[in-house]
Design a protein around this ligand. Sequence first.
Ligand code: FES
Ligand code: FES
Length: 159
Amino acid sequence: MKRTITLTVNGTTYTRDVEPRTLLVHFLREELALTGTHIGCDTSQCGACTVLLNGNSIKSCTAFAVQADGGEITTIEGLAAEDGKLHPLQEGFWEEHGLQCGYCTPGMILSSEQLLQRNPNPSEEEIRKGIEGNLCRCTGYQNIVKAVQHAAKNSAAKA
Ligand code: FES
Ligand code: FES
């Protein structure tokens, strides 16, 4: 039997009837057409599906949509400003060449966003630890670390 859930995604509130078994990642991609959240492994290992739920990064392939009922979700589509200006982390990945295929990037950025919210000036080691749940198979991580450092520096400069 379907259940009615209401959640706020990137500032917009949605109410939908869903099957209790619907995974959050499928809800975001198929019901809301927010396809920036990717499915890499479906087994909670790669982090491509990472979103923020009430400010905490979660792997949306391992959460049911009904578990997010009443919550606030941020996906990669919600990071840039309304006028299109990129978020500091998006700028960082752009400037420091933090991506190649880019498939892992939305999840990487959202994990990094949680990290910077909690620790605005992380060390390299802290950045590597912050993104350890996100696999990237093609950049070797060095430029990803630089991208997060770039964002931390730019955010601090604006604060
Ligand atoms: S698709 Fe969720 S962790 Fe890989
Ligand atoms: S850029 Fe992350 S897997 Fe390729």
